[in-house]
Design a protein around this ligand. Sequence first.
Ligand code: DGL
Length: 270
Amino acid sequence: MLGFFDSGLGGLAVLKEVEKAMPQYSYIYLGDNARTPYGSHSHDTIYKFTRQGVAYLFKKGAEVVILACNTASSSALRRIQQEFLPKYYPKNKVLGIIIPTAEEVISKTKTGEIGILATEATVHSFAYPKEITKMDESLRVHQQAGTLLVPIIEAGELDWDGLDSIIKKYLNELFERSKKIDTLVLACTHYALIEDKIRKHTPSKVQIISQGQIVAQKLKEYLERHPEIESRLKKSNRRDFYSTEDSWRVRNLFKLFYGRPVEIKKISLE
Ligand code: DGL
């Protein structure tokens, strides 16, 4: 099975695109909604939460887990790959979404100036500037934290007027730093869920990069390159959804963001 992990709802936007590209596989999704947002926590806490989520997905039968979360990818992926997997799950894989996104972004910018809208933890990890300039050191990366966006999305307050003002404030701060930014990365999977509102406050000449389709394409290529992993994946078209929270709010938001009602099984990661 292919496992998807996020701090909450954002990974659903990624899962939807991956399923569209590869409907034959069985998918298992885990959102840690009870402990979201991750983005304002320390890297150590994010590592601990992410490791617990990944271990849960492995126990449920996932062979490969995609961290459909930039915060977890930037704060926890390396430690999971270097310390946790070799010791406990040497045959399994955990993949992040930052390098695939960075590869795509560098092929898109014309001015060489890129804007990153992400959580505080992702911004402070400098994962995007590091990966992007490793691939091309002439590129300039401008980062902006969208600190309040994930809590508002997880609260389901999408129609609240304040959301527009907050998006506008963050984007103004970012675009004031450079008029040459031509590519904006929604470097938090939750932000894909409010992409239309972000578009409204983004200069029209700026292209917006959202991660769902990029991850779908890169994952497909990864499985083609690794038949030894691909052959272990179940192709029974099954979908399982787990969350650490099962309030009416979480159930409604899963339905809204996944596009249809799903049965959510409540679990605990503690
Ligand atoms: N969806 C996560 C990401 O891509 C962020 C969420 C959070 O702050 O919990 O960064």
